[in-house]
Write a protein that binds this ligand. Structure first.
Ligand SMILES: Cc1ncc(COP(=O)(O)O)c(C=O)c1O
Length: 379
């Protein structure tokens, strides 16, 4: 027998492979699943972006890109960031800087590598995006979880302040949030940003869903704290999760180190897709956001009389409470009896009481899902 398994480093045993991928794989084996499991837009890259990708590939832009990102994308993002964040990320003498990353996930890994020493603590809000906890463990840090379940998934500032210790290095805020679809209200965003500054802790703001705000404009924590490290990307906003283009902007001292670490890890974000992302920024995505608001309404109006459900105002998720059993039991029942694929909440949470619906799906799929979930609630 091979001894390969014995060669594995201890850190490989710190976390399981993503439970979401397991449901995704299961979905591939079912003939006609109602798939509301995966956080991937159901729309494609805008045409202008697809054409730019083909053009980039055909014109042989297939070599390595600059580690910090290609100028055409950096310049466009730089202008947008200047306008929306009042941050100059392009001038050499500015306190802020910009890095094009290999997806938002690439930015997250680099940020944690550059900020967190072994034994340092990183505060996450429960429920959290699956990758946060695993990445913190991967780099030898400790996740400290602040629960938001009893406060309608809004951050309780007293709980947050109580969780900050001398070992706290970073807080990760994700608004609009995966898996709840909840947007942190502006007063709380401001208070978290100010608390991070007062406690000398880095606030990482994962803004990958910022264009999916259905009821009010997006507000970044960076508005209230110039040292906030913002992570963002094109996977969700422009339907290009397979193209792996993201970006990070924030304090120059951090971005410079992330750039150095990118040189020795990802090397660069994919070259042709950076050019395509730059072109895609010119597309009008408002029709998509309007369509997603409608999808949100289909889910909320279809389920809120039978399920305890905080109304999502952003992203493309809803996180209802199961009406019976545990989240695992409920999800398993849905798969076996209705080919319904949703994700049990314990993947994102220390609780096993809720489940995540991704409504990044066709309206017909959502309607089928609502019908089935109404039956399941009355079981
Ligand atoms: C909150 C959050 N952050 C980051 C990511 C990673 O996105 P990317 O495809 O840009 O790596 C996701 C993807 O699901 C997400 O939900």
């Amino acid at each position: 027998m091979s001894s390969a398994a014995a060669w594995l480093a201890d850190r490989t045993h710190l976390f399981e492979s993503s439970g979401i991928r397991k449901v995704f794989d299961l979905g591939a084996t079912l003939p006609n699943p109602i798939n509301l499991s995966i956080g991937q837009p159901d729309f494609d890259v805008p045409q202008i972006g697809r054409e730019a990708a083909c053009e980039a590939i055909e014109s042989r832009k297939n070599g390595y890109a600059l580690t910090q990102g290609m100028p055409v994308l950096r310049n466009k993002l730089g202008k947008m960031i200047e306008q929306n964040y009042a941050r100059d990320v392009l001038s050499n003498d500015s306190r802020h800087s910009l890095l094009i990353t290999s997806g938002t996930s690439g930015g997250l890994l680099l940020a944690l590598q550059c900020l967190v020493n072994p034994g340092d603590e990183v505060i996450l809000f429960d429920p959290f995006f699956v990758m946060y906890d695993s990445l913190v463990k991967m780099i030898g840090g400790t996740s400290v979880v602040v629960d938001t379940q009893d406060s309608q998934f809004q951050v309780d500032l007293n709980k947050l302040e109580a969780a900050i210790t001398s070992k706290t290095k970073a807080i990760i805020l994700n608004s609009p949030a995966n898996p709840t679809g909840v947007i942190c209200d502006e007063e709380t965003v401001k208070a978290i940003a100010e608390l991070a500054a007062r406690k000398n802790v880095c606030l990482i703001s994962d803004e990958i869903y910022k264009v999916f705000c259905f009821d009010a404009p997006f507000v970044s924590a960076a508005k209230y704290n110039p040292d906030v490290l913002v992570l963002d990307g094109f996977s969700k906003s422009h339907g290009m999760p397979g193209w792996r283009v993201g970006y990070a902007h924030g304090p120059k001292a951090i971005i410079e180190q992330m750039t150095k670490f990118q040189q020795y890890t990802f090397v660069c974000a994919p070259h042709p897709f950076q050019l395509a992302a730059a072109a895609a920024l010119d597309a009008d995505i408002k029709p998509v956001i309007d369509a997603y608001r409608h999808k949100r309404d289909l889910i909320y109006d279809g389920l809120s009389d039978l399920y305890e459900l905080v109304k999502p105002s952003g992203a493309f998720y809803a996180f209802p409470k199961v009406p019976w059993g545990t989240a695992d039991e409920f999800v398993e029942y849905g798969i076996k009896n209705y080919e319904l694929l949703v994700i049990p909440g314990n993947i994102f949470s220390r609780h096993n009481t809720n489940f995540r619906i991704s409504y990044a799906a066709s309206d017909t799929m959502i309607e089928r899902g609502v019908e089935v979930m109404r039956k399941m609630a009355k079981r």
